[in-house]
Design a protein around this ligand. Structure first.
Ligand code: ZN
Length: 345
């Protein structure tokens, strides 16, 4: 997904411009642009506790959903950025990072080493096959079995499912929403990549349908975990995204809210805007924010999952950029996390 117009670049340009004049700078918050946290709509799902804020940079951290942890044959987890061998994204930092995607800025050896460490931290045996995808923001879901379980050349698609033990399905993200599913009765698992395009194409909702066909899964036997991703606090989108969602979903409008003070230049230099126009007649209207986690939770509910069977990790990758890779926070120059699920061999 392309990054939004680079706020920090714009801000730097204004800094440069003003450094020649005599305008005083307004204090800037430590995170740059302070984004207000919106209160969530009435809680319908079991929300698992958010991860603690302290980040140990040298340790691999796996985020798990409690409901999945209680199923003995399941292996699952969401990675973070800490505890790896990569130094591409924060060269000044002593501890390496856990980039798990083959990006152009990192070496293949580092990523393979990081994947080895990730599997070990998950408790997966080394013989377990890690299957990833060439993700294309589609609604395409691949069924992985003994015959096509190859990690040599990733297939195109945005969903993976299997009922075969010894296969670890993994989705790569750096802001998009990863969704893991398990059928606790039929012993089958699935993993989905849901950016806004895949979400509009109902990747998760249709993915449940594909599990029903492939494994005869019943929605009431499914448990789901929505992993860390860019949350409604930070996910500013264009009007065209609203149009797409409202044309596809009856509840589409409910997934959006307006944030009025999200322009970093306006926030940093309020004096510039004081006499420009009367309130309500600004050139800089409020920005539109999308709640992708809620969008995917709604799809799981529409697909027939029980309310309490859906766990939302809830962490925002952009807000917590020290813990997670974030495409938007780092203007595209970032690593990838893996969200993985599999059946023990
Ligand atoms: Zn955020």
């Amino acid at each position: 997904m392309p990054p939004s117009a680079s706020a920090s670049t714009k801000s730097q340009a204004v800094d440069k411009l003003l450094s020649r004049g005599e305008l005083a700078k307004a204090p800037r918050s430590p995170r740059g642009n302070q984004r207000p946290r919106e209160s969530k709509p009435p809680a319908l799902a079991e929300i698992s506790p958010q991860t603690p804020r302290r980040v140990a940079k040298s340790r691999i951290e796996i985020i798990r959903a409690p409901a999945f942890d209680s199923v003995p044959w399941l292996i699952h987890g969401f990675s973070t950025r800490t505890g790896g061998a990569s130094t591409a994204y924060r060269p000044a930092q002593r501890a390496g990072e856990l980039n798990l995607g083959f990006t152009s800025s990192d070496s293949r050896e580092n990523v393979l080493e990081n994947r080895r460490r990730f599997l070990k931290a998950l408790g997966a045996p080394p013989s377990m096959k890690l299957i990833t995808l060439k993700q294309i923001h589609s609604s395409s879901v691949l069924s992985v079995g003994e015959n096509n379980a190859t990690d040599a050349e990733p297939c195109q698609g945005d969903g993976l499912m299997t009922d075969q033990p010894g296969i670890l399905l993994a989705i790569q993200t750096a802001d998009c929403i990863p969704v893991l599913l398990a059928d606790v009765k039929k012993k089958a698992v699935a993993a989905f990549h849901a950016g806004w395009r895949g979400t509009v194409k109902r990747i998760v909702e249709s993915g449940v349908g594909k599990m029903r066909v492939a494994f005869r899964s019943r929605p009431q036997d499914l448990i789901a975990a929505i992993g860390p991703g860019i949350a409604a606090c930070c996910y500013a989108v264009g009007e065209e995204v609203l149009t797409e969602f409202t044309s596809q979903f009856a509840y589409g409008r409910e997934l959006f809210h307006e944030v009025s003070d999200s322009d970093p230049i306006r926030q940093k230099y309020p004096m510039l805007f004081l006499s420009a126009r009367p309130p309500g007649h600004s050139n800089l209207g409020p920005s539109l924010h999308l709640d992708l986690m809620e969008a995917n939770r709604r799809q799981l509910l529409d697909a027939g999952l029980r309310l309490g069977a859906i766990a939302v990790i809830g962490d925002c990758t952009r807000c917590h950029n020290n813990r997670y890779f974030s495409y938007r926070a780092e203007q595209g120059f970032t690593g990838r996390m893996l969200s993985a699920i599999g059946i023990r061999g």
